[in-house]
Design a protein around this ligand. Structure first.
Ligand SMILES: NC(=O)c1ccc[n+]([C@@H]2O[C@H](COP(=O)([O-])OP(=O)(O)OC[C@H]3O[C@@H](n4cnc5c(N)ncnc54)[C@H](O)[C@@H]3O)[C@@H](O)[C@H]2O)c1
Length: 370
């Protein structure tokens, strides 16, 4: 039986991946430090199957990593501090967990190479998604200027002020790193691919888009927009929607992401490549806030459109998933409506701590929301 080490496996995506790996006959070991932002009680989460071995330890700790890697055949590296806004003021801690943590893991793997490494990257590496100019050329839009954002002119334009229409973003778009988290995720994927190649560890980097589904930490106000909206709605409070709510994202169900990780472990021709993992469809943030409220039985609560922007935020990004389809054989199976219904069913039994106002105030006090 092959053994897979899943770093960060006690978290949202990792726990679903663990279930899937066990179903497919793998043995699973998890290395996770039960970070308090995700696991406020610092206990093994109730949703985590007892069939997986949990090693409570930190990816930054060389001894813990060495111990966790013993007799392991493959690694999925998911452990990370996750959150664009928070990364802009907890800079040391984000670089420490995400950059140093990955370096420590790779240092250990350079001594004991495994058969395969899959690393979780993120859509955040793209910055603004690709867009089309009026005459049809597809471009990589620059970051919006502060002056533009202060005027609440949210939409992207080209240098002449002509509107840019968002189009699906492919892996070929050059990265545009505009938050500490985005830089961390790009570092993680490059580090894994570089070291993987040098030590003949077939390595795959998966750029997840907005992942949603049951088990996402409702206590964490920095990541998972649907979970953040749900935490507000569970308290009968309106979700905060930044800008005008018409920014577009790509929501992918966690079970599809778990399947993509398994494909990353098992598809020989994927080695050395990066893949977008997404639904390939786009939705506005305002529409998903409204849809979730209706499904949770709070349709009378309208989202609060705050008309402000957050440092590091982008206007639109949704994925072109052709490469994942053709190389990995990846095909998203969960339709958004069906996934949202399942999520609201799960939410009905959840108790959430609503930390959203405190988190927004924290960003505001640092000038990161304006
Ligand atoms: N959820 C998304 O929408 C999304 C999108 C793009 C990329 N990703 C990436 O996917 C991965 C998993 O994300 P998730 O949504 O499951 O997050 P999560 O916060 O639910 O899980 C992360 C897990 O990592 C653990 N962890 C944090 N720091 C650690 C450390 N120093 N040592 C050991 N464990 C540590 C946490 O305790 C947690 O259990 C991350 O790398 C994230 O950057 C997630």
């Amino acid at each position: 039986m092959q053994r897979v080490l899943v770093t960060g496996g006690a978290g949202f995506i990792g726990s679903h991946l663990t279930d899937l790996l066990l179903e497919h006959g793998y043995s699973v070991r998890i290395l996770d430090n039960l970070s308090p932002q995700v696991h406020p009680d610092r206990q093994r989460p109730g949703y985590l199957t007892s069939h997986a071995q949990l090693v409570v330890g930190d990816v930054r700790d060389p001894e813990a990593v060495e111990h966790a890697l013993k007799d392991v055949d493959m690694v999925v590296h998911l452990a990370a501090a996750v959150g664009v806004g928070q990364s802009m003021y907890e800079i040391t801690s984000y670089c420490d967990t995400n950059d140093l943590g990955t370096a420590v893991l790779l240092q250990a793997l350079s001594r004991n190479p495994v058969q395969r490494l899959v690393c979780a990257s993120s859509m955040s590496v793209y910055g603004e998604g690709s867009a089309r100019r009026p005459e049809g050329t597809v471009v990589s839009p620059p970051e919006r200027s502060l002056a533009q954002l202060r005027r609440a002119a949210w939409d992207l334009t080209d240098a002449d002020g002509a509107p840019l229409v968002p189009v699906p973003t492919a892996e070929t778009k050059p990265p545009a790193l505009n938050s500490v988290y985005a830089l961390n995720k790009y570092n993680q994927e490059r580090l894994c691919l570089i070291v993987g190649q040098a030590y003949t560890i077939p390595t795959v980097a998966l750029r997840f888009f907005n992942v949603y589904g049951p088990r996402q930490a409702l206590s964490n106000p920095y990541t998972g927009v649907l979970a953040i909206f749900a935490a507000r709605l569970l308290h009968q409070r309106p979700p905060f929607v930044f800008e005008d709510g018409h920014q577009r994202r790509d929501f992918v169900h966690v079970s599809d992401v778990a399947r993509a990780c398994l494909l990353g472990l098992t598809t020989p021709q994927a080695a050395g490549q990066v893949f977008n993992i997404a639904s390939g469809q786009s939705r506005t943030i305002l529409s998903i806030a409204t849809d979730l409220a209706v499904l949770m039985g709070c349709g009378q609560i309208s989202p609060h459109v705050v008309g402000k922007y957050r440092a590091g935020d982008i206007r639109h990004c949704f994925a072109d998933i052709d490469r994942a389809r053709s190389v990995l054989g990846f095909s998203p199976a969960v339709e958004f409506r069906q996934g949202l219904e399942e999520l609201s069913g799960w939410l009905a039994d959840q108790v959430a701590v609503d930390n959203v106002e405190a988190a927004t105030a924290e960003l505001q006090s640092r000038g990161l929301v304006a």
